[in-house]
Design a protein around this ligand. Structure first.
Ligand SMILES: Cc1cc2nc3c(=O)[nH]c(=O)nc-3n(C[C@H](O)[C@H](O)[C@H](O)COP(=O)(O)O)c2cc1C
Length: 391
């Protein structure tokens, strides 16, 4: 099978798995502790069957979605993922270009392996920046200034990484930050010639956004160590308020899972939330973002834009999240699978798979515009009278 033959996102995952050494695939795929959260996230969508309405004119189905005043071609975008250059060399900017071409947002990670300045050249209207708070406050503030000077529309602050979580696959594989390959991993990598050739030619990818703050010429490994030492800076509400003062445009908190935190964010003037449990990579016992979405919607849905990520693997998952109150969706792993499987065109393939699934499911639902999605399209089980109701 190659990328052209892939008919769903899981096919892209299988292709990516074949191309990557185990140490890298496991890093992308894995969760924390017992990894129960991965299943919790994916299974949440199936708890809400969708109710088709037939005998509707579906000759025109429009999946364009407006978010923060900009109209995107699809109701989903690409979530921030760190270390991309180590999965596919040059991958950050390939994802940015794929997002630009598909007219969807791309969020550059705070642990990206490309510079935000280069992303802004490639995708000025589609690139957002995600900030990891640094221990040295002046670094975070300078990153915010750089993103603002570049004219990026949206700053995303990730709040759900107060500490590095217990990722046992990584520990067993000897994967650490900064990335170093054990002898066993190098031997395994020899069996993945495409990846290994890149690694031999280019080495470890550099977390380039942090380079200006090291103050001297450093290797990629030294830079990684510098970032590892800076990440997990204090992030309390006073820091959020300070960032709010500094950032002139849309500001989003990623990782909010509680209605009371959502209310506090709205009070602090935050424009949007990404309801997320970091793809089940942080607190393994967290509920799925989909399960907490209705309560957050009830608390702040009229004050802020609610987005969601985690466990989306089908177009129907995206529609389900909209029915429960989401106004936009992001995906982390699936676009990485596409990227690893086939570079920029592999990422584009992931987008087109979702586009098609969304269109077919909208047609089945008798839903011709994304804005029509709501509780009306959810099955109301008579034995569980309020389960699917928002609020
Ligand atoms: C390999 C990998 C790296 C990630 N790196 C980041 C990151 O740097 N910043 C961040 O806010 N979230 C990061 N995430 C979380 C994603 O932004 C997103 O919340 C998650 O992947 C969504 O779940 P999904 O993979 O099931 O779509 C990462 C996820 C993965 C899989």
């Amino acid at each position: 099978m190659n990328v052209d033959d892939a008919i769903n996102l899981d096919d892209l995952r299988k292709l990516a798995k074949k191309r990557l050494p185990k140490v890298i695939y496991d890093f992308i795929e894995g969760g924390a502790d017992d990894e129960k959260g991965l299943t919790v996230n994916e299974n949440a969508f199936g708890k809400h069957p969708l109710m088709p309405r037939y005998m509707v004119d579906i000759s025109t189905i429009d999946q364009q979605t407006t978010l923060f005043g900009r109209t995107y071609s699809h109701p989903f975008g690409i979530a921030p993922t760190g270390g991309i250059g180590n999965y596919h060399w040059g991958g950050d900017l390939m994802l940015a270009a794929a997002a630009r071409d598909a007219n969807i947002p791309f969020i550059m990670s705070g642990a990206a392996t490309a510079k935000m300045e280069d992303m802004a050249k490639i995708a000025p209207d589609h690139g957002w920046y995600q900030l990891y708070t640094a221990k040295d406050k002046s670094i975070s503030e300078d990153m915010i200034r750089r993103a603002a000077d570049l004219g990026l529309s949206t700053l995303v602050i990730t709040v759900d990484v107060p500490v590095s979580s217990n990722r046992e696959r990584n520990r067993r594989n000897g994967f650490g930050r900064p990335l170093r390959l054990s002898l066993a991993s190098k031997l395994d990598a020899l069996r993945r010639p495409y990846w290994f050739k890149n690694y031999m030619q280019n080495g470890i990818a550099r977390m380039a956004n942090w380079e200006p703050y090291v103050g001297r010429e450093v290797t990629a490994e030294e830079l990684g160590e510098f970032v590892a030492g800076q990440i997990h800076g204090v992030l309390d509400w006073s820091v959020i308020e300070r960032f709010r003062e500094l950032w002139p445009r849309n500001m989003v908190l990623k990782g909010v899972m509680r209605p009371d935190d959502a209310i506090r964010a709205a009070d602090a003037g935050i424009d949007g939330l990404m309801v997320s449990n970091h793809g089940a990579r942080q607190l393994d016992r967290a509920p799925s973002p989909l399960d907490v979405l209705p309560a957050i919607d009830a608390a702040v849905g009229d004050r802020m834009t609610l987005m969601l990520d985690g466990g989306i693997r089908r177009g129907s998952d995206i529609l389900t999240a909209f029915c429960l109150g989401a106004k936009f969706i992001f995906l982390g792993r699936p676009t990485l699978y596409g990227l690893v499987a086939g570079g920029q065109s592999g990422a584009t393939k992931a987008v087109s798979i979702l586009q098609r699934e969304i269109e077919l499911n909208m047609a089945q639902l008798g839903c011709t515009e994304i804005s029509q999605l709501g509780p009306d399209f959810l099955f109301q089980d008579p034995h569980e009278p309020r389960r699917n109701r928002i609020g």
